[in-house]
Design a protein around this ligand. Structure first.
Ligand code: SAM
Ligand code: SF4
Length: 346
């Protein structure tokens, strides 16, 4: 079979459990102005700027992936709004909508959002996930080492320009588990959809333990003390771009991303790329695939490098394990890997 024939027969990416891959998360930087306790190590070692893939290289990679089935791209970090040129990147990605890309999203801490909201909207960003772990200013500062006010201003700015937003909240026992009701009330009042995320063992300093996890059930029980809680009929994660299990409090949507106690790994359709070109088939994969050289060689007019990258990726994605619990069981007594959430992008 010659190379051109082989290219035409490339299948979309899927893993050994039949989960096809439709969502790509691109971390554009590991740097962040926040120091969230559940994410950033006390002494982060930032990736060197010259080691990061350029936006042009990232664009070629996105083009390559969209041609092979990716329909949703989420730009994340670190803090994506700290990387210069990210708005232009969003605008550039619009081109890929002709090839089947459906949505371009971003996850941000919203600290700089006030100054970027309008430009992001103009660049064609479809929606934003914003992290907000407390509506109490003192507690917010303890959790992130930054002020709450700019975040709330960023949220208002995004609403003002018509960018759809969802709030992500990571809860930790003994830190901000008292925020379940205040955040729920705030989200109802603001008419913003809220998702609670269970704390995952991806913190930079590896202090995670099950005792810190606030479970989906704990959250539901707390919500039920004040709201009428109902669940989506089939009790499964939504089939679109949202991995959360969907509930309603007094009719207002509220999601749960419960990787630890009620995982949605069985339907996972995500893959991830770090800012320096490390590809991960799972958030918890012990080993990434260093694609930096392949991505740098990748141009629309280089079918040979495309075919070779396709084969490498196909095999790696195929080998994706069934999920968090399988990986945790297998690696029980082994040292945990180095990658943490600020590098891989959540
Ligand atoms: N800086 C941006 C932000 O905070 O939204 C984007 C990157 S951040 C790594 C992406 C998401 O990962 C955030 O919603 C954050 O709350 C979540 N996250 C970080 N560390 C986590 C952990 N250990 N467990 C669960 N979620 C975590
Ligand atoms: Fe920064 Fe986001 Fe990690 Fe917080 S969760 S430290 S904002 S990358």
């Amino acid at each position: 079979m010659n190379m051109m024939t082989e290219l035409k027969t490339e299948a979309k990416f899927a893993d050994q459990f039949g989960r096809s891959k439709r969502k790509l998360r691109i971390s554009v930087t590991d740097r962040c102005n926040f120091k969230c306790v559940y994410c950033m190590p006390e002494h982060p070692e930032w990736m060197k700027k010259h080691d990061l893939l350029s936006f042009e290289e990232l664009y070629h990679f996105c083009d390559f992936m969209v041609r092979r089935g990716i329909e949703f791209i989420r730009i994340t970090g670190g803090e994506p709004l700290m990387r210069q040129g990210v708005v232009h990147f969003v605008a550039q990605l619009q081109e890929l909508k002709k090839l089947g890309l459906k949505r371009i999203s971003m996850t941000t801490n919203a600290h700089y959002l006030k100054q970027y909201a309008q430009a992001l909207k103009q660049a064609g960003l479809d929606d934003l996930n914003i992290s907000l772990d407390s509506v109490d200013a003192d507690q917010f500062k303890q959790l992130t080492q930054k002020d709450l006010a700019p975040v709330l201003e960023g949220i208002r700015a995004a609403q003002a320009v018509g960018l759809p937003i969802k709030i992500n909240t990571v809860l930790m026992n003994g830190m901000n588990d008292d925020q379940i009701l205040p955040l729920a009330r705030w989200s109802v009042k603001q008419k913003i959809s809220l998702r609670f995320i269970e704390f995952m063992p991806l913190d930079g300093d590896r202090k995670w333990s099950t005792e810190h996890v606030v479970s989906e059930q704990q959250i539901l029980d707390t919500l039920a003390t004040e709201f009428a809680v109902t669940s989506q009929a089939n009790d499964s994660p939504q089939s679109n771009s949202d991995p959360a299990r969907q509930y309603f409090i007094d009719g207002h949507p509220i999601g749960m991303i419960s990787t630890i106690t009620n995982s949605f790994c069985g339907t996972c359709d995500r893959v991830r790329l770090t800012a320096q070109g490390e590809f991960y088939n799972c958030l918890f994969a012990p080993q990434g695939l260093n694609l930096k050289t392949e991505i740098k060689a990748l141009t629309a007019s280089a079918p040979l490098s495309q075919a070779s990258l396709y084969r490498t990726l196909f095999n790696y994605i195929w080998s994706k394990e069934s999920g968090y619990h399988a990986i945790e069981q297998r690696l029980k007594n082994q040292p945990s890997r180095k990658i943490s959430m600020h590098m891989i992008g959540g």
